[in-house]
Design a protein. Structure first.
Length: 221
């Protein structure tokens, strides 16, 4: 168990995005959207969004490490770029009736909620899972409730972007922004599914069974 605990020495991946002009320019260049279009750079950035088909690893510590590297770190980078592109697009297209007003605020809210959620996972949840703490069923239930709130945010993101479909005539930045929003939706939903089905499920099952037993005993009295 000690070797699994060692895997928790990981930096929290989400950090506040840098909105200074140099950081915005760097993001645009990375996506091939500088003063001159750079199609190879855009293709390289898009290719990094592709998912591997590797199965989930076995073992609590290994699975936590996988979630950290494959989902937490990837989502952090994608959300930061999405926030940058949303602010740039909003400045350019905010007066348009077809622009999804409030999109940058919604992405920022997802970032804020996800950051707080991940802080609790690294500080409390993952150590409790590895230790098999008696309080794990309760904290797993709290995490599942937070997942439900995040899913509501993702539902709003899907609706606001019209299923991540840019309108006819949308600029390249707008289209890439929607690709990133779609990636946020897919990855975050899969991360939450994996945590609930592979990390939390034994503890949530125990909590449900305990609740049923308690209700049965109360009825018997």
């Amino acid at each position: 168990m000690a070797s699994e605990g060692d895997e928790l020495h990981m930096d929290l991946p989400i950090r506040p995005p840098d909105r200074c002009p140099e950081a915005v320019d760097e993001t645009l260049l990375r996506w091939g959207m500088g003063d001159e279009p750079d199609l190879p750079a855009m293709a390289a950035s898009l290719s990094r969004l592709l998912d591997s088909e590797a199965p989930s690893p076995v073992g609590m510590g290994t699975l936590i490490r996988h979630i950290h590297e494959r989902y937490h770190r990837v989502l952090a980078a994608v959300i930061e770029d999405a926030l940058t592109l949303a602010s740039v697009c909003e400045a350019a297209h905010g007066a348009s009736e077809v622009w999804p007003h409030g999109l940058s605020d919604l992405v920022a809210e997802i970032l804020d909620e996800l950051e707080q959620h991940q802080q609790r996972e690294y500080a409390v949840v993952f150590p409790m899972l590895l230790a098999g703490s008696a309080g794990t069923p309760g904290i797993a239930g709290i995490m599942t409730d937070e997942h439900a709130r995040l899913r509501c945010r993702l539902d709003a993101l899907t609706a606001m972007t019209r299923q991540f479909t840019a309108p006819p005539g949308a600029c390249v930045k707008w289209r890439v922004l929607y690709v990133l929003c779609c990636k946020i939706d897919l990855d975050l939903r899969e991360q939450m599914r994996m945590e609930e089905n592979e990390l939390f499920s034994p503890f949530l099952r125990h909590r449900t069974e305990d609740s049923v037993c308690s209700d049965t005993m109360s009825a018997a009295r």
